[in-house]
Design a protein around this ligand. Structure first.
Ligand code: FE
Ligand code: FE
Length: 187
């Protein structure tokens, strides 16, 4: 590939993720509010602060490139956020099932970002832009950590749901791992 084509692709990728991060700074407060688990709520709030940092890092990269920091509407993030909002609106869901659904939606977002930052970091390296590559790598690591934390939260929330379900179907006796609310474990 010609270097100019790679650079165009790189800037396209940066504009996409810049817009995606901006969309997220608006969605995360709503997700924090919708979470029942206080751990999940504070996890979303913490990631909101990180996300603001991700936006700033991208602005720094645009500045280094001599490019205006403008985004390009990221349709994927729009769709992912829309699915998260549907989860919030599901009012027949029990609290822990909604939390599990919010986690699943948030992990889809993280996976999208991980793919985008991984590619952008690789392009920056190929183009010899070490400073940008290390900024992108930092963000990439934070997205991966967030994904990992969400996995841990999902395990504890789904375990609670399964245990409650186990108690309900056993008339208060010892719980089994296949409770009636096991459905939420797959949310
Ligand atoms: Fe981010
Ligand atoms: Fe993120």
């Amino acid at each position: 590939m010609r270097e100019s084509a790679l650079k165009d692709l790189y800037i396209e990728e940066l504009r996409d993720i810049y817009n995606a991060e901006q969309q997220l700074t608006k969605a995360l407060p709503k997700m924090a509010k919708a979470a029942t688990s206080s751990d999940l709520g504070s996890g979303f709030e913490h990631h909101l602060e990180q996300t603001k940092g991700h936006v700033q890092r991208l602005e720094q990269i645009f500045e280094g490139l001599g490019e205006k920091a403008t985004g390009k509407r990221c349709k994927a993030m729009e769709g992912l956020i829309e699915e998260g909002e549907e989860m919030i609106k599901e009012d027949e869901l029990e609290d822990d099932a909604r939390d599990a659904g919010l986690i699943a939606a948030a992990q889809r977002v993280e996976h999208y970002e991980i793919a985008a930052y991984g590619s952008a970091r690789t392009y920056a390296n190929l183009l010899g832009d070490q400073k940008a590559a290390s900024l992108l790598e930092k963000t990439l690591q934070e997205e991966k950590e967030t994904d990992q934390k969400l996995t841990e939260l999902a395990e504890s929330i789904n375990l609670q749901a399964a245990e409650e379900g186990g108690r309900a179907s056993n008339g208060g006796k010892e719980s089994t791992s296949h409770g009636r609310k096991g459905r939420s474990a797959r949310a």
